[in-house]
Design a protein around this ligand. Structure first.
Ligand code: PMP
Length: 355
């Protein structure tokens, strides 16, 4: 830290992303990326012609991509906001609706770690509501809470979901507050609440191209909400970095939406593999939460979470371990291809002497 850093940032604990190691080639099951490549149209968009256009700024309104997303979900383009990864949108939303303690915000104690970082960064008045003993979110804790609400559905790192009814009760009972539902993992089996947006002007649904659309490296996220909320997010974007999505990523996003069925089919394959791996781990004594995401959250009484993570890493399989006390026995395992998951299962069994 330099002696110049503003006082307000000195104690900030930044987000620690999952490892992206360069020392060897791993079976990489630690950051919930898709194991499948982007579709043909996306790959072909990264061509000479588009590269030469990089001398020009990208469209700051992201009109084409907003229109395509609006078309896909049945909205007008003014209901859509796209940004540099959904992290960017979460950042803007905390800034726009929760900063400086003006409106308190609540989110689960065990959820996507960035919520707390953004809350600290923007000096939000926040409260983390504990998950239930079974690691699920108690919807009633948020019904009529009278504060802004941020919930990942499915939740991360548990993979557990709230039903559409429970989400609607939370949104309907907090009409004077923003309810942000982070649907980063919704395409892998859960029900989206995007259909509630026309009914509730306090709901923001945040999505990403990083998981189901195989575009983590392109950094693209989007939000669907009332036109007024989208205008608020644009106000923040145009006050910080109007050109925050590069040309190639914008084109990639458009082509991906045109080839939507390829991605939705991949999601089905991932869900099928998830069910198989869940069953197999349970068969050898693991507790595996009922995930509807592209990852599972699992623990075994036979080995602590960190040791299992380290043993797997030694054998070239990377999973995600969190040191937070309540979940330190677990590992979060991204669902890869069937071949990758076979390597994972083989190594787990070897480590636990069950080969
Ligand atoms: N929300 C959740 C729940 C996530 O797990 C992630 C990915 N780590 C994000 C948002 C951010 O995704 P991205 O910025 O890649 O869109």
């Amino acid at each position: 830290m330099s002696r110049f850093l503003n006082e307000k940032y000195k104690a900030l604990k930044e987000y620690v992303p999952g490892e992206q190691p360069k020392d060897m080639k791993y079976v990489k099951l630690n950051t919930n990326e898709s194991p499948f490549p982007p579709s043909e149209g996306v790959v072909n968009a990264v061509n000479r012609e588009n590269a030469e256009l990089l001398r020009l700024y990208p469209d700051p309104d992201c009109s084409e991509l907003c229109e395509k997303l609006a078309g896909l979900f049945g909205f007008e383009k003014e209901n859509v906001f796209v940004s540099n990864g959904s992290d960017d949108i979460l950042n803007f939303a905390f800034m726009a609706f929760c900063s400086d303690g003006e409106t308190p915000v609540v989110f689960p104690d065990i959820s996507y770690g960035f919520y707390k970082v953004y809350a600290d960064l923007h000096k939000a008045d926040y409260q983390q509501i504990p998950l239930k003993a079974d690691f699920s979110i108690c919807a009633d804790d948020y019904v009529g809470v009278g504060k802004n609400v941020v919930i990942a559905n499915p939740n991360a790192p548990t993979g557990l979901t709230l039903s559409l009814d429970e989400i609607e009760r939370i949104v309907a009972s907090n009409p004077e507050n923003i309810v942000l539902i982070d649907e980063a993992y919704v395409d892998f089996g859960a029900r989206s609440c995007i259909g509630l947006v026309p009914k509730y002007d306090n709901l923001i649904v945040v999505r990403t191209f990083s998981k189901s659309y195989s575009l983590a490296g392109a950094r693209l996220g989007f939000a669907i909400a009332s036109k007024e909320i989208i205008a608020d997010l644009n106000k923040i974007k145009f006050s910080t970095n109007p050109y925050n999505i590069n040309r190639i990523s914008l084109i990639a996003g458009c082509r991906a939406i045109e080839e939507n069925s390829y991605y939705m089919n991949n999601c089905k394959l991932i869900a099928k593999t998830r069910r198989r791996v869940t069953e197999e781990l349970r068969r050898i004594g693991f507790e595996v939460l009922d995930s509807e995401a592209n990852f599972i959250f699992a623990r075994t009484a036979e080995m602590d979470g960190e040791t299992l993570y380290l043993e797997l890493k030694k054998r070239g399989v990377l999973v995600r371990h969190f040191t937070v006390e309540r979940i330190k026995d677990f590992n979060r395992i991204t669902i890869g291809t069937d071949d990758e998951m076979n390597v994972f299962l083989r190594e787990v069994k070897t480590i636990l002497g069950k080969a």
